[in-house]
Design a protein around this ligand. Sequence first.
Ligand code: IPE
Ligand code: IPE
Ligand code: MG
Length: 239
Amino acid sequence: MRKNTLLQGVTIPRHIAIIMDGNGRWAKKRMMPRSFGHKNGMERMIGLMEHAFDLGVQYITVYALSTENLKRPKEELDGLFNLFRNNFRKELQKIFERGVRLRTLGDLSLLPDDVMQGLRESEKDTEHYEGRGINIAVAYGARDEIIHAVNKAIENGEKVTEESFSKLLYTSDLPDPDLIIRTGKEVRLSNFLLYQAAYAELYFSNKMFPEFSDKELDKAIIDFSNRTRRFGKTDEQLT
Ligand code: IPE
Ligand code: IPE
Ligand code: MG
């Protein structure tokens, strides 16, 4: 269902991951509290998901809260948790109605119990959907994920392969991201998908997340489509 003629003939990434950065600065510029930025960020997140599915993207992973973010002031965290409690599930209904499965990535035990339960329930409600998926990285850190996986491998008492190790990560049954987008001007991964990003195409936008429009996503996808993914091979080997 390609509504956008600009994207005719463009290679659509199967899996897009987004580091949704810049909510705080976006709000500050408008002399509003950071929580206002997070609320607008969440609304933009839903809009982008709908747009990406319209374009034919199969998986969307969003970085909503890192393990490091858990050290932010209590007031900001309470605001974020309230968004999860009050807005998140309701807003996501329109995505779920399209038959999209929700997965969470991260150590949910670090969240308040009710927030964790809410996320688990949404996962359960949508687990029968096959095909398209949204993945919310919350209380997520790539180092934490890798350490968890290593400890599981040790418990299993078996040497790992690339394939078996992937299965121990939070992303176990997901393909690696093809395109990782970061908004908010910073050019870093901030502990996001360090293992899975091995061959992802990276795209950095100066837009703050709440102002990252559907058109901006189109631009990122067109940029992605113009890249040559060699996976270590030569150009000649690709043809
Ligand atoms: C990203 O926006 C969202 C979260 C980390 C929860 P920030 O809150 O980091 O916004 P800036 O970077 O301060 O603008
Ligand atoms: C990365 O943003 C985490 C999320 C978007 C959830 P941060 O704002 O926490 O990243 P740093 O601190 O600037 O690296
Ligand atoms: Mg930030």
